[in-house]
Design a protein around this ligand. Structure first.
Ligand code: MN
Ligand code: ZN
Length: 505
């Protein structure tokens, strides 16, 4: 789908569906926004009549369709509620655009126009970006495996954001384009995460990253088993050891300054890429195990973010490191009680083979740190069920360096990919020390999300680092206005926002 920006009178938009967003109406006046009221005159007052009848109040999600029958250029007009203007956030517009696209698709429309509303609390540029993001995110479906897609063609070809003034349309164009780039990158992450384990083993995840890198001009390096052995990455090799689909370490690089050029800050993003997690010998219960195809969502977010970095040409050196492995039980699988030596030299006592993500990340974090000496390092992982117990699906958990954690929290708030801080204290770090090795890979049920982070902290020592646990946010069975059921691609918007504002912080 293409997103366009235009300055034109909505009455002249010759589209299948024209969406007119409206804030919650004042019940004393029931007065439509001025721009909508003007268009309504051409419609003979149909919208005002609907409002007077009480059928439309402008609450978020309220929708009303009228058929102009030639009175204006559009074939259908959808009046769409945004809720209270005083509470608007860019996500209000993201959701509205998602709903607009949903309405257009449901009517088999090929063209959609949205009259960009003016908000009290959201400026034009972030508003345009959110509208573009919502449209592209809302258009995503995972249907590659259906002989006949459930939603019949034709697909929605264009969404046009309509502004009243030429100058506004001009200012909206660049942020809308950025929004498209970010949302398409998030859809790319969703698509990776939605792929089943049989379609996306570690080698295929690596190939997908390589293909994307070729298309966007990123550097990409893939380390296979021989290379992992040479580098003594006993963690990722142990986790991947039970599967015929051998592990990979994928390294993506954006914006490496050429020799002699001014140095740029290097930010490393590290992703857990367990392409399927059965739990291994400490096997999981069958119910819900299918969802473990999403256990590489941290990796998907990192790959998607690097894609966005390239498209947006961010003036930073951003490195993405993905530890990809499949966790299966077999005669060659690692076992409870095993002592595994990581590339960092520290040994891990394996108490539960289902706590495999941190074992993979131990090597991935060490690689990122020793290879690139980054100014900061952030990992994303569907790491613990404990994080879902603590925070549910409403936000990710974040812990580590306090300044970095606060910046991540703010970026999450700005992009509606919320991340909430959890403490990480010396006591937690002590708790994951092993009696027979250096560290143990589980600290038990108490504060399980935090002790997992505490474990990771040993592999980031000396580098400002934060860990984002996306176990509760990486996939959903509750569809939202711009989110179908399945992978969310969470992390891409948050990380892009964090990186775009890196120098300002
Ligand atoms: Mn696991
Ligand atoms: Zn896992």
């Amino acid at each position: 789908m293409q997103v366009r920006v235009a300055a034109s009178d909505p009455a002249r938009a010759a589209v299948d569906v024209l969406v007119l967003p409206s804030f919650e109406l004042d019940p004393k006046k029931w007065q439509l926004p001025a721009r909508v009221a003007r268009l309504d005159r051409a419609l003979g007052g149909a919208l005002a009549a609907a409002v007077r009848s009480g059928d439309f109040r402008g609450r978020e999600g309220d929708a009303l369709t009228v058929y102009p029958d030639g009175a204006i250029a559009a074939r259908r007009v959808v009046l769409l509620g945004l809720g209270a203007n005083s509470e608007a956030h860019p996500d209000t517009l993201r959701r509205a655009a998602g709903r607009a696209v949903g309405a257009a698709r449901a009517r088999r429309a090929t063209s959609l126009a949205i009259a960009a509303p003016t908000l009290r609390r959201v400026r034009l540029a972030p508003g345009a970006r959110a509208l573009a993001e919502g449209a592209v995110l809302g258009d995503y479906r995972f249907d590659a495996y259906q002989e006949k897609p459930k939603e019949p063609s034709p697909p929605l070809a264009t969404t046009t954001l309509l502004y009243e003034r030429q100058a506004d349309a001009r200012s909206a164009r660049a942020p809308a384009d950025r929004g498209v780039a970010v949302a398409e990158s998030q859809n790319f992450a969703r698509e990776l995460s939605n792929q089943p384990g049989n379609a996306l083993p570690p080698a295929a995840l690596a190939r997908a990253a390589q293909r994307m890198a070729r298309e966007t001009g990123l550097r990409c390096r893939v380390l296979g088993v021989a290379e992992l052995e040479k580098r003594k990455m006993g963690g990722i090799l142990a986790v991947g050891g039970g599967s015929a689909n051998t592990p990979r370490l994928v390294v993506l690089e954006h914006g490496r300054p050429p020799k002699g050029a001014r140095k740029r800050p290097t930010i490393a993003l590290v992703g857990k890429g367990v392409t399927f997690d059965s739990g291994g010998v400490s096997i999981k219960p069958s119910a819900g195990m299918d969802k473990m195809k999403h256990d590489m969502s941290g990796a998907a977010a990192v790959v998607g973010t690097l894609r966005a970095c390239a498209l947006l040409k961010l003036p930073l050196h951003v490195v993405g490191v993905v530890g990809a492995a499949e966790n299966l039980p077999s005669g060659t699988a690692y076992r409870p009680g095993d002592l595994v030596r990581t590339a960092a030299g520290k040994t891990i006592e394996v108490l539960n083979t289902d706590a495999e993500g941190r074992v993979v990340l131990a090597d991935a974090l060490h690689f990122a740190r020793s290879e690139f000496e980054p100014a900061a390092m952030i990992d994303l992982a569907t790491l613990t069920g404990a994080c879902i117990i603590a925070l549910g699906g409403w936000c990710s958990g974040v812990m580590g360096d306090e300044d970095l954690v606060e910046r991540i929290r703010k970026a999450g708030e700005a992009t509606a990919e919320r991340a909430w801080p959890l403490p990480l204290w010396e006591e937690h770090r002590k708790h994951v020390k092993s009696k027979v090795g250096d560290l143990k890979n589980t600290g038990g049920r108490d504060a399980g999300a935090i002790t997992a982070g505490a474990f990771l902290s040993y592999f980031s020592e000396g580098t400002p680092w934060a860990h984002i646990d996306i176990a509760g946010t990486a996939d959903t069975d509750k569809p939202g206005p711009y989110q179908p059921a399945g992978a969310t691609g969470v992390g891409v918007r948050l990380l892009v926002d964090l990186l775009e504002n890196w120098r300002k912080a």
